[in-house]
Ligand binder design. Structure first.
Ligand code: CU
Length: 315
């Protein structure tokens, strides 16, 4: 047989291809800190989630090391030796029950605790001072809608979602008239953010690893239970993690967590521009961008041209 087609050569070629492809995979989402660990947590709810992850990691790590040590010890102790015959054991039922029951109890405990934690972090009612923001996902981008000068988002309904009304705003609700849109998710630090998620077409996702937050976005419904509190000023990336079509790989939006003062300034400018825009534009197309056309087209925002890796959160 040709030596290039031997099994070893084939495995070698496969490994070489994987190694060659690896830098391209990393280049999709370059990170400048915590390269060998989780991205830095930047939300209040993420602290408890990280504790759970560390607990599971250290528990399973300790069990792995302990079992491997015992395994290697017995491999050496009972290795083949001249003059010693192998014996056959039927095992020990009591031991079998113990080492099945203990991990089962641990797994059930972890399931109960993590369920409880997730509902505490995500499914508890958002605090009354939350900033409500509509998030519309579409092939292939995100758009965000803020409450405007009256600080009320107004009613949205999934059945009203369309090309001209991607947030499903109720045109009869006066509170939606002054809403404004943005292609950047601009957030004030340390204030609870309540997002209402809807999709114009297929299943997308609201995924921000630094906020330890993941939620699918479904067409035909408005998901209104997701809230979080960003705790660190910086730039983050919102990524869609549901395979939603040919442009999925590039479906992302920039998140800017800024100080309360910077946010006020940005918000007031946007709200002012929205209220001075032609009222007819709002009336005929609720939910459509009034101050930020880029939000509808998915084109990059002028103020923040996003370059991955260049504006990562402060270490
Ligand atoms: Cu998507």
């Amino acid at each position: 047989m040709n030596r290039w087609f031997s099994p070893i050569a084939r495995v070698g070629a496969l490994l070489a291809c994987l190694l060659a492809a690896a830098p391209n995979c990393w280049a999709i989402a370059p990170r400048t800190n915590n390269l060998w660990w989780m991205p830095e947590n930047a939300s209040a709810g993420g602290v408890a989630i990280d504790h759970l992850i560390y607990f599971i990691l250290f528990l399973t790590g300790a069990v792995f090391v302990a079992t491997q040590v015992v395994y290697i010890f017995f491999l050496i102790k009972y290795r083949a030796r001249r003059g010693i015959h192998a014996t056959y054991s039927h095992g020990n039922n009591r031991l079998e029950i113990i080492w099945t029951a203990i991990p089962t109890a641990i797994f059930i405990g972890l399931w109960g605790y993590s369920n409880h934690l997730w509902s505490d972090v995500l499914h508890s009612p958002p605090p009354s001072n939350s900033l409500e923001i509509n998030v519309a996902a579409y092939q292939f981008g995100f758009s965000f809608q803020y409450p405007g000068a009256d600080e009320k988002l107004g009613k949205s309904e999934a059945r009203l979602v369309s090309n001209d009304n991607m947030f499903g705003n109720d045109p009869n609700d006066p509170d939606v008239k002054d809403n404004f849109t943005s292609s950047i998710l601009e957030l004030p630090v340390n204030r609870p953010i309540h997002v209402r998620l809807t999709s114009k077409d297929v299943i997308h996702a609201f995924y921000v690893p630094q906020f330890r937050l993941y939620q699918d976005i479904l067409p035909g419904r408005i998901i209104d239970w997701v809230w979080f509190t960003p705790t660190k000023i910086g730039s983050y990336q919102l990524a869609c993690s549901q395979l939603c079509g040919s442009g999925h790989y590039n479906m992302k939006a920039q998140i800017e967590v800024v100080s309360e003062a910077d946010f006020e300034k940005w918000y007031n400018e946007k709200a002012k521009a929205a209220s001075s825009a032609k009222p007819a534009a709002n009336d005929s197309a609720p939910g459509k961008a009034t101050t930020d056309k880029a939000a509808q087209s998915g084109a990059p925002h002028l103020r923040y041209a996003y370059e991955p890796g260049t504006r990562n959160p402060e270490p």
